[in-house]
Design a protein. Structure first.
Length: 322
């Protein structure tokens, strides 16, 4: 079913759910209370990303209680950003809100985002949040992650901005046009352009569990984001290779001059082996990077779906999949 045939709402809140079983009922209650102050024509889309905790029965129960709540259950864990994509592709609304499920994105701030977007005539408004509750290790990891994305991938991301934001139908339509397998929601949204505003919000402490993004996972996500969004590292490596080659040429000239002018022979095999090993390592590094890019292209041309929908709380979606 196309978006034009789906019932349209005024505002839809997209929430990927991974764990947070204890806080999920509170999240839903607070969202319902906040959205009812904006409009009665709202929708809450909860995407079960198949985490360790059984959140689907809770989602299904609330969807049965309130028809404005819709549950999407993925066939396996595809990751947060794929789950967000599933929610955006499902919803049909004038305004979309994407937020996390752990209550660190306060549901009450949806009204603030909406009011800021309307008063400022913005296409999108980002929730700028503090990191007072974030540990030193996580804070360092996030800063390194964002620094690498900014410098190597030209992706303007910041440590004080996450997924939490509101955006209009034009941006949602533009986002749906992107077919990358490697999806980083903030990066794709920043790539769209449009008029983006910012508003400061509070960031409460996490009430349940801990973040699923460890330092190693952040590094892996940053690396995948870089090779999926830019070829700038290849240019850096090519520049480095040129400088190494230039240094080798200059060193060769020096050796020839020393031999012809001063009669000094070149040093022994140790320096030769060191140079060979260094150049061999550089060649392997360059070849590996090229191989990684080729591998990304290989997976992209397969055109595999970024997520698979197992079931929903509405029958019409099952009819869409036939």
């Amino acid at each position: 079913m196309s978006d034009t045939l789906k019932p349209k709402t005024h505002i839809a809140v997209i929430v990927p759910v991974y764990n947070s079983l204890k806080t999920l009922p509170e999240l839903i209650d607070r969202l319902e209370a906040t959205l009812s102050t904006i409009t009665s024509d709202y929708q809450i889309v909860l995407i079960d990303d198949c985490g360790p905790q059984p959140v689907w029965p809770v989602i299904a129960m609330h969807a049965k209680r309130n028809p404005r709540i819709v549950g999407l259950r993925l066939s396996r864990n595809f990751g947060q950003h794929a789950a967000i994509t599933a929610g955006i592709k499902f919803a049909n609304s004038d305004w979309y809100v994407v937020m996390d499920c752990d209550l660190q994105d306060r549901p009450e701030d949806v009204a603030l985002l909406y009011q800021t977007a309307m008063s400022g005539n913005h296409d999108s408004v980002l929730a700028v949040r503090g990191d007072e509750d974030v540990g030193t290790r996580k804070k360092l990891g996030s800063r390194v992650f964002n620094f690498v994305l900014n410098k190597l991938a030209d992706i303007p991301v910041s440590t004080d901005v996450g997924n939490y934001r509101i955006f209009n139908q034009d941006m949602a339509e533009a986002y749906r046009m992107y077919n990358e397998q490697m999806r980083l929601f903030p990066a794709l949204m920043s790539h769209l352009g449009f008029d983006v505003g910012r508003v400061e919000v509070k960031r409460p402490a996490r009430l349940e569990g801990k973040s699923g993004y460890s330092f190693s996972k952040l590094f892996e996500l940053a690396f995948d984001s870089i090779v999926s969004n830019t070829i700038k590292p290849v240019y850096y490596i090519a520049t480095f290779g040129f400088l190494v080659a230039l240094a080798a040429i200059l060193y060769t000239v020096i050796l020839v001059v020393r031999k012809l002018v001063f009669g000094i022979s070149a040093e022994g095999w140790a320096s030769t082996m060191a140079a060979i090993l260094m150049l061999g390592g550089i060649q392997i590094l360059v070849t590996s990077f090229v191989g990684i890019y080729v591998g990304k292209v290989f997976f992209q041309v397969k055109q595999r779906p970024s997520y698979i929908l197992r079931e929903t709380t509405v029958d019409r979606i099952k009819a869409d999949m036939k």
